[in-house]
Design a protein around this ligand. Structure first.
Ligand code: UDP
Length: 253
């Protein structure tokens, strides 16, 4: 059977043409990358887990009124999504200092922030996704002021929802990255949550032990990444039945 047309291949996902106009099929790969793809590996089962977890969060967010690109999961590795025009920003929400913020400001990882902080990076791998102030976003037209206001309020709603869901299963949501897309209704754009929400793009720490259950396990060689993601999926009751045996990750240089 002829394979669908590939639209775009990213580091962790592939987009294919969808079955109807205005749709794409989003395929979750097992590839893991870190440090702007300087470190790479194949983690068997990661794509299956992220497909399930992203489905779980997108459906939950949809149910509380946050619009998303998600239509339905098609199979173990694929979901049907709406075709959107991606806003070229990585929207990062932080509850606790970690990663680049802790480094930039000389803060101890784990310091609680006085309130959730929303920041933006320009989506540009060649430039290493630089942090950009809101003024740049408006001046360069990456998003309008109205869109930026909507992005911030949706990002904070996503944070409240995700923090609550994670707290319920003994996990602290330290920070996460999301992306937004424009859906065109005639000539009017409407913003929806796009891309994915998975442990690839969140920091998740066990409340009791501080164990990391996210991509930092891979970034910092802290153990088996698929085990960490499986733990998150199990706690949330999102556990695909046939991901049990996994060989160790294979390095691809
Ligand atoms: N993040 C991401 N993709 C990126 C950069 C960051 O998903 O290209 C996520 C990252 O996993 C973390 C949050 O955004 O949950 C904040 O990341 P940070 O700015 O601390 O950068 P990092 O330390 O990951 O380089």
């Amino acid at each position: 059977m002829a394979r669908r047309k590939m639209i775009y291949e990213g580091k962790a996902k592939i987009l294919y043409e969808g079955p109807e106009p205005g749709t794409y099929v989003q395929y979750f790969k097992d590839d893991a990358t870190a440090y702007n793809a300087e470190k790479k590996a194949v983690i068997e089962g990661k794509g299956v887990l992220n497909n399930r977890l992203s489905e779980f969060f997108m459906i939950g967010l949809g149910q509380i009124g946050v619009p998303t690109h998600f239509i339905r999961r098609l199979n173990m590795r694929e979901q049907l999504i709406r075709q959107v025009e991606i806003v070229p920003l990585e929207v990062i929400v932080r509850n606790v200092a970690a990663g680049s913020m802790a480094k930039r400001l000389g803060m101890d990882e784990g310091t609680a922030l006085p309130r959730p902080i929303v920041e933006f990076s320009l989506k540009d791998d060649k430039l290493g996704d630089p942090l950009v102030p809101e003024e740049y976003i408006i001046a360069f037209g990456w998003a309008s002021q109205q869109e930026l206001d909507d992005i911030i309020s949706m990002a904070l709603r996503v944070n409240d929802y995700m923090s609550g869901v994670m707290h319920g299963v003994g996990i602290k949501l330290v920070d996460f990255k999301i992306e937004f897309g424009r859906l065109w209704d005639n000539e009017f754009p409407r913003l929806v949550l796009a891309d994915e929400i998975s442990p690839d793009s969140c920091r998740l720490w066990d409340v009791e032990t501080g164990r990391k259950l996210d991509k930092d396990v891979f970034r910092q060689d802290l153990g088996d990444l698929a085990d960490a993601y499986t733990e998150v999926a199990k706690r949330l009751g999102v556990m695909p039945s046939n991901v049990t045996h996994r060989p160790k990750p294979t390095l691809i240089n």
